[in-house]
Design a protein around this ligand. Structure first.
Ligand code: GAL
Length: 892
């Protein structure tokens, strides 16, 4: 018995050791990273690097492996993330590195997948993140001024940066230790605001750079948007386009740390979309004109869980229109088109790293070529390290925003669509053009679960546009008190600044006082037919005015004037002002001074004896909500809250908590709650804060019916969602759910109908492809440039149409297939004059029941030429389904 127990213990500890070894094992052998004027030099070799921006706390650790794998599959070499100070040090000196903030685990996962990591420590990060990543307690450090030559700030900043670098070193995560970290960042876009700090700003830049370098991290540091970055720090570009960027020294390479592939959104804003063709154009132009490191900001945006959204007014979703969407699903064709682009750039890498700079050739008024050519030793380079005798790769660009162009290049003719770049890895064959999308389009749909009680009846499917409402029978409710609810209150004869009181432990701060109204005042108002008015010089973000327990007015805005007529009764009136923040400022100079709540004069006007200066009254302060501080959203505490059943015909309007239980939908598809029936508040699932919600509607106008990829992008171009609430769906990560009895708790401020809340499953349901005979053959079929003459070769030049459903899904039916001259676009395809009768059977044969498939685009595949002398296209629309058993056989 004793022996077997000892053996068991031994086996258990052995397996733990093995497990630990596996999870901490580094993919890499130790390697050095340096740089020259052309590129990062990794293990002795210059590299062209594609980086995927992805912030670990914007997903759950359970989502990280899949997101990292999808980044790698999309062609990323590097993952880039910020480090979030306020997440890691919520209380000064108390560090937190667990759960979504387990940065060590994240970095190790990146390394274990064979990807490099660019760690942007900041510690100011901007990032649409609360307070730009600064802990709110930093405001309270005596004598502090942020981001300038200020001793208290520099001490705090240095302490945190040191802490992170030390942690990474202890965990052996730097490249020279065999870890994935190849590059770091100090500060963030300080150049944007430096001039506001005058000499102090200049000193601070020098100090920050030296402080970083002195840490001896052993990998290069960048400062983005910092044209006065000192010698040993690479200053990099952040923008929609960076192909004209010049670093501040000939010794530094051209790096693009933030390629904005979409944009963020505010409550009440439209949803921005950056077209894949334009994004690919920007990236191709960057590498064309000498760039060597490019990071997508964001490759995966994710979700601002909890109250991490920056501000003011940034929404909970941080989808960003990124190649991987908020739920972790691929956004197609963006992801696939970029994947093809990356493969094309990789085919050019040997020439790109071998040549010191491109040769520019003017091809037309708005057409140009950049050629990377190296002949044997002509440039005095030791080319053997690049494994080549001679190399030539070229980019042909047509920067005309309207017109296509035909150009001649090295004796051959090339057709260039408007606003596009063709990539020629051997200076002869075009393998990719940024405006020609061969990747599939995916249409994501939402499957509605019966609200919160999946045992009630079967699921139904709707497209995203369908409206549906389900009624759950059991919701419970409890009122949130207006004003004082605890003994932790205090009174002073002053209006205090909001953050000085809340320390951001809550969005909410109650200001409570009493106003005496005489008979004379009432008569005065009646005679003059006027009402007293609350006026405040300036206020942010939301103000709610309660008189005698009734909500009588709301104001929303960022440092706006308040002029709010009010109504009082004779005698003593309770006046309660609720000040709310909706994400703290994350951008700009002097953040520590920004504060929240009220500024300037605050008074009641229109009384018989003149105005009442409210700042001279005694105010009682109550921080936060009772429900929030008694944790009624947690599984452990919620029962104590005194819930009562909610009746359909008696839904309380304002300041109410609701709760219910629900079963998790089957399967692995990502889950969201549709809170479109609610007003404004916060929601928790099993104690996890899924974020703020707010059903503010975007302006009716300003969206484009069609999105033209041509011409420079900005965040007002190609917007959608006009006249609709900016966000109604809120991601509930699968790992926060159990099979049944999940506790959902909602705090609602303004009124809404919880009975209309539903659960949704997100997945790709429709996939479409459209590829013509004249398209390029798949990129992976090209062999790398030939050693002897630098040319690339291909065995089979047939283009192919590729389709793929998400994980756990298969192609269940072919909704449309036509080889010939099909018209329209995804979900609107129709047959043209030319159509091969075998189209549907060929595609069905290749694809049905499979997770992914491909079909060659040639006459032989479709048993003959359906129309001689015409360029044929294959267009397919297919449906993906989760269960192989329920395939749409009837469609066959
Ligand atoms: C940049 C900033 C990022 C992010 C981005 C907009 O200027 O460096 O952190 O805020 O803008 O999404």
């Amino acid at each position: 018995m004793g022996v077997s127990r000892a053996l068991l213990r031994f086996l258990v500890s052995l397996s733990l050791i093995i497990q630990a070894a596996v999870t901490t094992a580094n993919f890499f052998k130790p390697f050095n990273v340096s740089y020259d004027h052309r590129a990062l030099i990794i293990d002795g070799k210059r590299r062209m690097l594609i980086s995927a921006g992805f912030h670990y706390p914007r997903a759950t650790p359970e989502m990280w492996p899949d997101l990292i794998a999808k980044s790698k599959k999309g062609g990323a070499d590097v993952i880039q993330t910020y480090v979030f100070w306020n997440g890691h040090e919520p209380v000064r000196g108390q560090y937190y590195f667990e759960g979504r903030y387990d940065i060590i685990k994240f970095v190790k996962l990146v390394g274990a997948n064979g990807l490099y990591l660019h760690l942007r420590i900041g510690p100011y990060v901007c990032a649409e993140w609360n307070f730009g990543g600064f802990p709110v307690w930093l405001r309270d450090v005596p004598g502090i001024e942020f981001r300038t030559d200020n001793v208290p700030f520099k001490e705090e900043m240095e302490r945190f940066v040191k802490k992170i670098v030390k942690l990474m070193r202890e965990e052996m995560l730097f490249s020279w230790q065999g870890g994935p970290i190849i590059m770091l960042q100090i500060e963030n876009e300080y150049g944007n605001i430096e001039s506001e700090y005058h000499q102090g700003g200049k000193e601070y830049v020098k100090w920050a750079a030296q402080m970083a370098l002195d840490l001896g991290a052993g990998v290069p540091w960048v400062m983005c948007r910092q044209s006065d970055a000192p010698d040993n720090i690479i200053n990099s570009c952040n923008a929609y386009y960076c192909d004209g960027f010049k670093p501040n020294s000939h010794n530094k390479p051209i790096f693009w740390t933030e390629d904005w592939d979409g944009w963020y959104t505010k409550w009440g804003g439209r949803l921005p979309h950056r077209p894949a063709e334009d994004l690919a154009f920007a990236v191709a132009r960057f590498f064309e004109r000498g760039g060597s490191f490019q990071n997508y900001y964001m490759y995966f945006g994710g979700t601002n869980f909890n109250r991490t959204s920056g501000g003011p007014f940034l929404i909970t979703s941080y989808d960003y229109d990124a190649p991987i969407d908020e739920y972790g699903l691929l956004s197609e064709p963006k992801w696939g088109h970029l994947k093809d682009l990356h493969a094309a750039i990789k085919l050019c890498e040997p020439a790109l790293v071998a040549a010191d700079s491109p040769q520019y050739i003017k091809l037309g008024p708005k057409q140009e070529a950049h050629v990377y050519r190296v002949d044997t030793n002509t440039e005095g380079l030791n080319l053997t390290q690049y494994g080549s005798q001679s190399r030539c790769s070229a980019f042909l660009a047509n920067i005309d925003e309207r017109k296509a162009a035909v150009v001649r290049f090295l004796g051959q003719t090339y057709h260039l669509p408007p606003w596009s770049v063709s990539i020629l890895p051997d200076c002869r064959n075009t393998v990719f053009n940024t405006a020609k999308v061969g990747a599939q389009t995916s249409i994501k749909m939402v499957e509605f679960e019966l609200p919160l009680f999946s045992n009630i009846s079967a699921r139904q499917q709707f497209t995203v546009h369908d409206e549906v409402s389900y009624f759950s029978k059991s919701w419970m409710t409890v009122k949130e008190p207006i004003g004082i609810w605890s003994k932790k209150i205090f009174s002073v004869q002053a209006i205090l600044e909001h953050l000085n009181v809340t320390k951001d432990h809550s969005d909410y701060l109650w200001y409570i006082t009493r106003i005496y109204v005489s008979d004379d005042d009432i008569t005065f108002w009646e005679e003059k037919q006027v009402r007293p008015t609350l006026t405040i010089d300036s206020m942010r973000d939301v103000l709610r005015v309660f008189i005698n327990g009734q909500l009588t007015g709301s104001v929303i805005g960022h440092w706006v004037k308040v002029v709010q007529p009010v109504r009082f009764l004779q005698g003593y009136n309770d006046l309660v002002l609720l000040s709310e923040t909706v994400g703290l400022q994350n951008y700009g100079a002097f953040l520590e001074k920004d504060g929240a709540g009220f500024r300037g004069q605050i008074k009641l006007t229109g009384f018989k004896n003149g105005d009442i200066d409210l700042s001279t009254l005694s105010w009682t302060y109550q921080v936060g909500l009772k429900g929030e501080f008694s944790s009624i959203y947690t599984v452990e505490e919620n029962e104590k809250a005194g819930w009562s059943d909610l009746m359909v015909d008696a839904i309380p309007a304002t300041f109410t908590w609701y709760k219910t239980y629900f079963n998790a939908p089957d399967g692995t598809d990502p889950v969201a709650l549709d809170l479109g029936s609610m007003g404004k508040g916060q929601a928790w699932v099993n104690g996890h804060h899924i974020g703020r919600y707010w059903t503010l509607v975007a302006p009716k106008d300003g969206c484009q019916r069609t999105c033209d990829y041509r011409g420079p992008y900005n965040s007002d171009k190609c917007t959608t969602n006009c006249g609709k609430p900016t966000q109604t769906r809120y991601h509930v990560p699968r790992s926060w759910l159990k099979a049944s009895d999940n506790l959902l708790v909602i705090f609602e401020e303004t009124g809404g109908n919880p009975f209309d809340i539903s659960i949704e499953l997100h997945s790709v349901r429709i996939i479409c492809g459209q590829v013509s005979e004249s398209h390029y053959p798949p990129l992976w079929k090209w062999s790398l440039p030939d050693f002897s003459d630098g040319s690339i070769s291909i065995n089979n030049t047939t283009p192919e149409l590729h389709l793929r459903c998400d994980d756990e899904h298969v192609i269940a039916s072919i909704e449309f297939a036509s080889y010939g001259t099909p018209q329209g676009s995804c979900q609107k395809f129709s047959k043209g004059n030319c159509h091969a009768p075998s189209s549907l059977s060929v595609v069905s044969e290749a694809c049905l029941g499979r997770k992914s498939c491909f079909v060659g685009i040639s006459n032989s595949v479709f048993s003959g030429d359906p129309c001689h002398g015409v360029v044929k296209t294959l267009a397919v629309e297919a449906r993906c389904a989760s269960s192989p058993n329920t395939l749409g056989a009837s469609k066959l």
